[in-house]
Ligand binder design. Structure first.
Ligand SMILES: C[S@@+](CC[C@H](N)C(=O)[O-])C[C@H]1O[C@@H](n2cnc3c(N)ncnc32)[C@H](O)[C@@H]1O
Length: 242
């Protein structure tokens, strides 16, 4: 990087006191500028019902700087439940970025976060995977393009679909990929995403999920959850203003 180039990652404080980071390559923040921890809790942890599940198995696309993971960790630790978390990330940020985003935040004191940070590639940009187990939590982050990955089948009680926006990161929002994600959900499993776009909702319904709009996290009117019913088939999508 020359002196005049912007940094690849910039720390971004948000109004709820949590942080996210800005990714210069995508020209987007990893999480909501209106409250990164609030979005993680509302859209992903509560949106998928993970906050009451007795033994959540979470699949995340993509891991980013770990805000959703720490929100989930904080929730399961407070409830004394085990957590199995699998995530994909094809462009891991350097360890220092994850550490600085998390400092003093929820889940940052948990032994699983400390172990994950210790195993995390120092300069980012790695391939392969990291897997750690600590304090009742097992977490695996696979550093690969999720489009080419063998996803688990019928496994996830919760799926966090958290790519960059559909306009900048369209490949993780296509009907074909969303259909593959639906197959990774266990019966009764729930997918949560911050997007409320009509094409995302239609892709979820076409994949046989019961897609519902719900109020959004701070700064967004709506977000989506989509349930894999025990008996699932294609669902009609209610046409709305979005
Ligand atoms: C909005 S950010 C995720 C933020 C993250 N969930 C958090 O809590 O910090 C989107 C992430 O998805 C990753 N990503 C996008 N497309 C991907 C792909 N095809 N395979 C794997 N990771 C991908 C990006 O590199 C980025 O880190």
């Amino acid at each position: 990087m020359t002196r005049d180039e912007p940094p690849a990652y910039a720390l971004l404080p948000t109004p709820d006191g949590s942080r996210t980071a800005f990714n210069a390559r995508y020209g987007e923040a990893y999480g909501s500028r209106h409250g990164a921890a609030a979005q993680a809790r509302h859209v992903f942890v509560e949106g998928t019902g993970t906050h009451w599940h007795p033994a959540p198995r979470v699949l995340e696309i993509g891991f980013g700087v770990g805000v959703n993971f720490r929100a989930t960790l904080a929730d399961t630790a407070a409830r004394g439940t085990a957590l199995h978390y699998r995530a994909y990330e094809f462009d891991p940020a350097p360890r220092e970025v994850l550490r600085a985003v998390a400092e003093g935040g929820q889940g940052a004191e948990h032994p699983a976060w400390a172990a994950l940070l210790a195993a995390w590639p120092e300069t980012g940009g790695a391939q392969g995977e990291v897997e750690v187990e600590a304090g009742g939590v097992r977490v695996t982050v696979t550093f690969a393009d999720v489009l080419a990955a063998d996803l688990p089948r019928d496994w996830a009680t919760a799926l966090y679909l958290d790519g960059f926006s559909p306009s900048r990161n369209p490949e993780v929002w296509t009907p074909d990929f969303v259909a593959r994600l639906a197959g990774a959900l266990a019966p009764g499993g729930v997918l949560g995403t911050y997007s409320a776009a009509g094409h995302v909702r239609r892709a979820l319904a076409a994949a046989g999920l019961r897609a519902e709009r719900r109020p959004g996290a701070p700064g967004k009117r709506e977000c989506l959850r989509a349930v894999r019913d025990v008996e699932s088939g294609a669902w009609e999508v209610e046409e709305g203003p979005l």
